[in-house]
Design a protein around this ligand. Structure first.
Ligand SMILES: Cc1ncc(COP(=O)(O)O)c(C=O)c1O
Length: 348
Protein backbone atom coordinates (compact mmCIF):
# COMPACT_ATOMS: atom_id res chain seq x y z
CA UNK A 1 0.00 0.00 0.00
CA UNK A 2 1.35 3.35 -1.01
CA UNK A 3 -0.99 5.67 0.89
CA UNK A 4 0.79 8.52 2.65
CA UNK A 5 -0.33 9.12 6.21
CA UNK A 6 1.06 12.61 6.22
CA UNK A 7 -1.26 15.63 5.95
CA UNK A 8 -1.19 16.96 2.38
CA UNK A 9 -0.30 20.43 3.59
CA UNK A 10 2.69 19.03 5.45
CA UNK A 11 3.78 16.97 2.44
CA UNK A 12 3.57 20.06 0.23
CA UNK A 13 5.20 22.63 2.50
CA UNK A 14 8.88 23.45 2.69
CA UNK A 15 10.48 23.35 6.14
CA UNK A 16 12.25 26.32 7.66
CA UNK A 17 15.97 26.26 6.80
CA UNK A 18 18.00 27.16 9.88
CA UNK A 19 21.50 28.57 9.49
CA UNK A 20 24.25 25.97 9.41
CA UNK A 21 25.46 24.62 12.75
CA UNK A 22 28.72 22.93 11.66
CA UNK A 23 29.51 19.59 13.23
CA UNK A 24 33.26 20.01 12.73
CA UNK A 25 35.16 22.44 14.98
CA UNK A 26 37.14 25.46 13.88
CA UNK A 27 34.54 27.62 12.11
CA UNK A 28 34.07 31.32 12.78
CA UNK A 29 30.29 31.48 13.02
CA UNK A 30 28.89 34.73 11.67
CA UNK A 31 25.78 33.08 10.23
CA UNK A 32 23.03 32.72 12.86
CA UNK A 33 23.09 35.98 14.81
CA UNK A 34 24.32 34.33 17.99
CA UNK A 35 26.12 36.47 20.55
CA UNK A 36 29.92 35.98 20.62
CA UNK A 37 30.16 36.80 24.34
CA UNK A 38 29.09 34.63 27.29
CA UNK A 39 25.83 35.15 29.18
CA UNK A 40 25.86 36.66 32.66
CA UNK A 41 27.90 34.66 35.20
CA UNK A 42 24.83 34.91 37.44
CA UNK A 43 23.37 31.89 35.62
CA UNK A 44 26.12 29.70 37.05
CA UNK A 45 24.30 29.33 40.36
CA UNK A 46 21.32 27.70 38.65
CA UNK A 47 23.61 25.38 36.67
CA UNK A 48 25.56 24.27 39.74
CA UNK A 49 22.63 23.51 42.05
CA UNK A 50 22.07 19.78 42.78
CA UNK A 51 19.85 18.21 40.11
CA UNK A 52 17.33 16.74 42.56
CA UNK A 53 14.72 19.41 41.72
CA UNK A 54 14.54 18.11 38.15
CA UNK A 55 12.38 15.24 39.45
CA UNK A 56 9.57 17.78 39.60
CA UNK A 57 7.68 19.36 36.72
CA UNK A 58 8.38 23.05 36.16
CA UNK A 59 5.86 25.81 36.87
CA UNK A 60 3.56 25.51 33.83
CA UNK A 61 2.85 29.26 33.98
CA UNK A 62 6.43 30.56 34.50
CA UNK A 63 5.05 32.85 37.19
CA UNK A 64 8.26 34.12 38.77
CA UNK A 65 9.82 34.83 35.39
CA UNK A 66 6.67 36.59 34.20
CA UNK A 67 6.62 38.77 37.31
CA UNK A 68 10.25 39.74 36.65
CA UNK A 69 9.53 40.52 32.99
CA UNK A 70 6.46 42.51 34.01
CA UNK A 71 8.62 44.58 36.39
CA UNK A 72 11.10 45.16 33.57
CA UNK A 73 8.45 46.38 31.16
CA UNK A 74 6.14 48.16 33.58
CA UNK A 75 3.12 45.92 33.04
CA UNK A 76 1.22 43.13 34.79
CA UNK A 77 2.45 39.50 34.79
CA UNK A 78 -0.85 38.61 33.08
CA UNK A 79 0.35 40.61 30.07
CA UNK A 80 3.40 38.37 29.56
CA UNK A 81 3.60 34.96 27.87
CA UNK A 82 6.86 32.99 28.07
CA UNK A 83 7.71 30.38 25.45
CA UNK A 84 10.32 27.90 24.30
CA UNK A 85 12.19 30.49 22.27
CA UNK A 86 10.38 33.31 20.50
CA UNK A 87 9.83 30.84 17.64
CA UNK A 88 7.29 29.01 19.81
CA UNK A 89 5.68 32.32 20.71
CA UNK A 90 5.29 33.20 17.01
CA UNK A 91 3.80 29.77 16.24
CA UNK A 92 1.29 30.15 19.07
CA UNK A 93 0.28 33.60 17.77
CA UNK A 94 -0.64 31.95 14.47
CA UNK A 95 -2.60 29.20 16.19
CA UNK A 96 -4.36 31.51 18.63
CA UNK A 97 -5.26 34.48 16.43
CA UNK A 98 -5.79 33.32 12.84
CA UNK A 99 -8.81 31.40 11.58
CA UNK A 100 -8.17 28.76 8.92
CA UNK A 101 -9.63 31.07 6.28
CA UNK A 102 -7.67 34.06 7.60
CA UNK A 103 -4.43 35.53 6.27
CA UNK A 104 -0.96 36.24 7.61
CA UNK A 105 1.09 39.23 6.51
CA UNK A 106 4.77 40.10 6.77
CA UNK A 107 7.37 41.97 4.78
CA UNK A 108 9.43 40.35 2.05
CA UNK A 109 12.19 39.92 2.97
CA UNK A 110 11.81 39.37 6.70
CA UNK A 111 12.09 36.36 9.00
CA UNK A 112 11.71 33.30 6.78
CA UNK A 113 9.95 31.31 9.49
CA UNK A 114 6.63 33.21 9.12
CA UNK A 115 5.47 31.58 5.85
CA UNK A 116 6.44 28.18 7.25
CA UNK A 117 4.23 28.72 10.31
CA UNK A 118 1.37 29.72 8.01
CA UNK A 119 1.86 26.71 5.71
CA UNK A 120 1.82 24.27 8.63
CA UNK A 121 -1.61 25.63 9.66
CA UNK A 122 -2.85 25.86 6.05
CA UNK A 123 -3.28 29.61 6.31
CA UNK A 124 -2.85 31.89 3.30
CA UNK A 125 -0.10 34.53 3.32
CA UNK A 126 -0.14 38.13 2.04
CA UNK A 127 3.51 39.20 1.98
CA UNK A 128 4.25 42.87 1.35
CA UNK A 129 7.35 43.40 -0.83
CA UNK A 130 9.80 45.89 0.61
CA UNK A 131 11.07 48.63 -1.72
CA UNK A 132 14.59 48.32 -3.23
CA UNK A 133 15.92 50.32 -0.26
CA UNK A 134 14.11 47.86 2.10
CA UNK A 135 11.65 50.42 3.46
CA UNK A 136 7.88 50.00 2.96
CA UNK A 137 4.68 51.48 1.63
CA UNK A 138 1.60 49.46 2.60
CA UNK A 139 -0.57 48.74 -0.46
CA UNK A 140 -3.89 50.63 -0.35
CA UNK A 141 -6.61 48.61 1.37
CA UNK A 142 -4.15 46.05 2.72
CA UNK A 143 -5.67 43.70 5.31
CA UNK A 144 -4.64 40.49 7.08
CA UNK A 145 -5.71 38.66 10.23
CA UNK A 146 -2.22 38.88 11.69
CA UNK A 147 0.86 40.85 10.64
CA UNK A 148 4.42 39.99 11.73
CA UNK A 149 6.31 43.28 11.69
CA UNK A 150 9.98 42.58 12.31
CA UNK A 151 11.73 45.60 13.75
CA UNK A 152 14.68 45.80 13.50
CA UNK A 153 14.12 43.70 10.42
CA UNK A 154 16.03 40.54 9.60
CA UNK A 155 17.92 40.15 7.35
CA UNK A 156 18.05 43.86 6.41
CA UNK A 157 18.98 45.17 9.92
CA UNK A 158 16.79 48.27 9.45
CA UNK A 159 14.73 49.74 12.29
CA UNK A 160 11.56 51.36 10.95
CA UNK A 161 10.71 54.88 12.17
CA UNK A 162 8.52 55.03 15.31
CA UNK A 163 5.76 57.08 13.67
CA UNK A 164 5.55 54.73 10.68
CA UNK A 165 5.19 51.71 12.95
CA UNK A 166 2.74 53.46 15.25
CA UNK A 167 0.46 54.61 12.47
CA UNK A 168 0.52 51.12 10.91
CA UNK A 169 -0.50 49.63 14.28
CA UNK A 170 -3.20 52.26 14.85
CA UNK A 171 -4.78 51.63 11.45
CA UNK A 172 -4.52 47.83 11.31
CA UNK A 173 -7.58 45.74 11.99
CA UNK A 174 -5.97 42.36 12.80
CA UNK A 175 -3.35 41.43 15.40
CA UNK A 176 0.10 43.00 14.96
CA UNK A 177 3.12 41.14 16.32
CA UNK A 178 6.13 43.45 16.53
CA UNK A 179 8.98 40.95 16.42
CA UNK A 180 11.72 42.67 18.42
CA UNK A 181 14.19 39.78 18.58
CA UNK A 182 17.07 42.23 17.88
CA UNK A 183 15.82 45.32 19.63
CA UNK A 184 18.46 45.48 22.36
CA UNK A 185 20.95 46.42 19.62
CA UNK A 186 18.71 49.23 18.31
CA UNK A 187 18.36 52.87 19.27
CA UNK A 188 14.83 52.45 20.60
CA UNK A 189 12.08 49.89 21.18
CA UNK A 190 8.32 49.90 20.68
CA UNK A 191 7.20 48.02 23.81
CA UNK A 192 4.92 50.96 24.66
CA UNK A 193 2.75 50.04 21.65
CA UNK A 194 1.99 46.60 23.18
CA UNK A 195 0.89 48.37 26.35
CA UNK A 196 -1.17 50.97 24.49
CA UNK A 197 -3.04 48.96 21.85
CA UNK A 198 -5.25 45.94 22.58
CA UNK A 199 -4.28 44.26 19.30
CA UNK A 200 -0.48 44.75 19.34
CA UNK A 201 1.98 42.26 20.80
CA UNK A 202 5.74 42.69 21.19
CA UNK A 203 7.82 39.50 20.92
CA UNK A 204 11.31 39.33 22.44
CA UNK A 205 14.06 36.71 22.55
CA UNK A 206 16.78 35.81 25.04
CA UNK A 207 18.76 34.23 22.20
CA UNK A 208 20.60 37.29 20.91
CA UNK A 209 21.27 40.07 23.39
CA UNK A 210 21.28 37.76 26.46
CA UNK A 211 23.63 35.25 24.73
CA UNK A 212 21.21 32.36 25.41
CA UNK A 213 20.32 30.94 21.99
CA UNK A 214 20.97 27.44 23.34
CA UNK A 215 18.50 27.88 26.19
CA UNK A 216 15.34 28.52 24.13
CA UNK A 217 13.43 31.26 25.94
CA UNK A 218 11.40 34.02 24.36
CA UNK A 219 8.35 35.98 25.43
CA UNK A 220 5.61 38.24 24.25
CA UNK A 221 3.91 41.20 25.93
CA UNK A 222 0.41 42.44 25.14
CA UNK A 223 -3.19 42.74 26.21
CA UNK A 224 -4.39 40.21 28.78
CA UNK A 225 -7.09 38.52 26.63
CA UNK A 226 -4.54 37.76 23.89
CA UNK A 227 -2.01 36.42 26.41
CA UNK A 228 -4.68 34.30 28.13
CA UNK A 229 -5.63 32.79 24.75
CA UNK A 230 -2.01 31.75 24.16
CA UNK A 231 -1.89 30.10 27.59
CA UNK A 232 -4.92 28.00 26.67
CA UNK A 233 -3.19 26.28 23.77
CA UNK A 234 0.47 26.00 24.76
CA UNK A 235 2.13 22.68 25.62
CA UNK A 236 1.60 21.84 29.29
CA UNK A 237 5.22 22.46 30.31
CA UNK A 238 6.59 24.50 27.46
CA UNK A 239 9.49 26.07 29.37
CA UNK A 240 11.61 23.64 31.37
CA UNK A 241 12.73 24.20 34.94
CA UNK A 242 16.37 24.99 34.14
CA UNK A 243 15.35 27.37 31.38
CA UNK A 244 13.06 29.26 33.79
CA UNK A 245 15.79 29.56 36.43
CA UNK A 246 18.51 30.60 33.98
CA UNK A 247 16.25 33.08 32.20
CA UNK A 248 15.33 34.65 35.53
CA UNK A 249 19.00 35.17 36.43
CA UNK A 250 19.71 36.60 32.99
CA UNK A 251 16.77 39.02 33.05
CA UNK A 252 17.81 40.22 36.51
CA UNK A 253 21.27 41.19 35.19
CA UNK A 254 20.28 43.94 32.78
CA UNK A 255 23.68 45.61 33.23
CA UNK A 256 25.49 42.59 31.76
CA UNK A 257 23.18 42.44 28.76
CA UNK A 258 23.43 46.19 28.12
CA UNK A 259 27.25 46.23 28.34
CA UNK A 260 27.43 43.26 26.00
CA UNK A 261 25.05 44.87 23.48
CA UNK A 262 27.06 48.13 23.59
CA UNK A 263 30.23 46.21 22.83
CA UNK A 264 28.59 44.54 19.85
CA UNK A 265 27.25 47.89 18.58
CA UNK A 266 30.76 49.36 18.70
CA UNK A 267 32.18 46.39 16.75
CA UNK A 268 29.27 46.66 14.33
CA UNK A 269 30.07 50.29 13.48
CA UNK A 270 33.78 49.48 12.98
CA UNK A 271 32.99 46.45 10.80
CA UNK A 272 30.44 48.39 8.71
CA UNK A 273 32.98 51.15 8.05
CA UNK A 274 35.67 48.60 7.12
CA UNK A 275 33.32 46.87 4.67
CA UNK A 276 32.28 50.17 3.10
CA UNK A 277 35.94 51.11 2.65
CA UNK A 278 36.38 47.86 0.71
CA UNK A 279 33.49 48.75 -1.60
CA UNK A 280 30.61 46.85 -0.01
CA UNK A 281 27.22 48.54 0.11
CA UNK A 282 26.21 48.30 3.79
CA UNK A 283 22.95 49.75 5.08
CA UNK A 284 22.58 51.21 8.57
CA UNK A 285 22.20 48.40 11.12
CA UNK A 286 20.16 48.47 14.32
CA UNK A 287 20.81 44.76 14.96
CA UNK A 288 23.73 42.42 15.72
CA UNK A 289 24.37 41.81 12.03
CA UNK A 290 25.10 43.68 8.81
CA UNK A 291 23.30 43.38 5.49
CA UNK A 292 26.12 43.81 3.01
CA UNK A 293 26.14 43.81 -0.76
CA UNK A 294 29.47 43.00 -2.43
CA UNK A 295 30.16 44.19 -5.95
CA UNK A 296 32.68 41.38 -6.48
CA UNK A 297 32.54 38.46 -6.33
CA UNK A 298 28.79 37.73 -6.41
CA UNK A 299 27.27 37.16 -2.94
CA UNK A 300 26.87 33.41 -3.40
CA UNK A 301 30.47 32.98 -4.59
CA UNK A 302 31.73 35.08 -1.72
CA UNK A 303 29.73 32.99 0.74
CA UNK A 304 31.39 29.85 -0.70
CA UNK A 305 34.87 31.39 -0.68
CA UNK A 306 34.47 32.38 2.98
CA UNK A 307 33.13 28.96 3.86
CA UNK A 308 36.20 27.37 2.28
CA UNK A 309 38.21 29.51 4.74
CA UNK A 310 36.05 28.28 7.63
CA UNK A 311 34.11 31.53 8.00
CA UNK A 312 30.35 31.11 7.90
CA UNK A 313 28.06 33.98 6.92
CA UNK A 314 24.44 33.70 5.78
CA UNK A 315 23.39 33.70 2.16
CA UNK A 316 19.69 33.81 1.25
CA UNK A 317 19.10 32.92 -2.39
CA UNK A 318 16.23 34.75 -4.08
CA UNK A 319 15.40 37.80 -6.09
CA UNK A 320 15.26 40.26 -3.17
CA UNK A 321 18.04 38.81 -1.05
CA UNK A 322 20.47 37.03 -3.37
CA UNK A 323 22.81 39.99 -3.97
CA UNK A 324 23.54 40.42 -0.23
CA UNK A 325 25.18 38.56 2.63
CA UNK A 326 24.03 38.74 6.23
CA UNK A 327 27.04 38.96 8.51
CA UNK A 328 26.58 38.46 12.26
CA UNK A 329 28.74 40.67 14.45
CA UNK A 330 31.32 38.51 16.22
CA UNK A 331 34.19 39.51 18.49
CA UNK A 332 36.64 42.13 17.23
CA UNK A 333 39.10 39.30 16.52
CA UNK A 334 36.52 37.39 14.48
CA UNK A 335 35.63 40.48 12.46
CA UNK A 336 39.34 41.12 11.79
CA UNK A 337 39.65 37.52 10.54
CA UNK A 338 36.69 38.15 8.23
CA UNK A 339 38.27 41.33 6.85
CA UNK A 340 41.59 39.54 6.25
CA UNK A 341 39.77 36.75 4.40
CA UNK A 342 37.89 39.31 2.28
CA UNK A 343 41.20 40.93 1.36
CA UNK A 344 42.70 37.56 0.38
CA UNK A 345 39.68 36.81 -1.77
CA UNK A 346 39.82 40.31 -3.28
CA UNK A 347 36.20 40.96 -2.30
CA UNK A 348 34.69 44.42 -2.25
C1 LIG B 1 13.29 38.08 13.54
C2 LIG B 1 13.47 36.88 14.41
N1 LIG B 1 12.50 36.56 15.26
C3 LIG B 1 12.62 35.49 16.07
C4 LIG B 1 13.74 34.68 16.03
C5 LIG B 1 13.77 33.44 16.89
O1 LIG B 1 14.42 33.61 18.07
P1 LIG B 1 14.39 32.50 19.18
O2 LIG B 1 15.78 31.95 19.25
O3 LIG B 1 13.99 33.21 20.44
O4 LIG B 1 13.40 31.44 18.81
C6 LIG B 1 14.77 34.97 15.16
C7 LIG B 1 15.95 34.10 15.10
O5 LIG B 1 16.79 34.13 14.27
C8 LIG B 1 14.63 36.10 14.31
O6 LIG B 1 15.59 36.41 13.43
Amino acid sequence: MNRSRIRQAVERMRAYTPGEQPQEPGFIKLNTNENPYPPTPAIREALERPPDRLRLYPDPLCQELRRELARLHGCRAEQVFVGNGSDEVLALCVRAFVERDGTIGFFDPSYSLYPVLAAAEEIAVRPVPLKPDFTWDMPAGYAASLFFLTTPNAPTALQYPRETVRSFCAGFDGVVVLDEAYVDFAREHFMDMALEFGHVLVARSLSKSYSLAGLRVGYVVGAEPLIAAMYKIKDSYNVDRLAQEIALAAIRDQAHMRANAARIRATRERAAAALRTRGFEVGPSEANFLWARPSRPAARDLYEALRARKILVRYFPGERTGAHLRVTIGTDGEMDALLRALDEIGAG
